[in-house]
Design a protein around this ligand. Sequence first.
Ligand code: FES
Length: 119
Amino acid sequence: MDPGDNPARPGPGVRLCALAEIADPGGKGFRFRVEGRIFAGFIVRKGELLKSYVDSCPHAGWPLATFDDRYLTRDAGYILCTGHGGLFTLEGQGATNPCIGTHLTPWPVAVRDGDIFTA
Ligand code: FES
């Protein structure tokens, strides 16, 4: 199913959190529920870099982090899917099996006055 068809996906302009609430480096997941559907997205931060994706691994569709917003590897060099250990670059490109050749789906966000909003 096209993730854009999910009624739980928030429209533009929804405040997600303050930028300061995301560790540097670190990540944070977000969940929205509407009519029994769930939309999951996450943001990773490393210095000036802020990237955001739909929280669904292209390998099996599982959320990437199962607890504690641990989306990044220990050295913050990659995004980690805990399902089967797939690694992605911070740009969302699959870097190891089983995710080579895949890409995380971008989830656009914008920073305004120190807060992060859906875009
Ligand atoms: S679900 Fe992500 S690597 Fe398998």
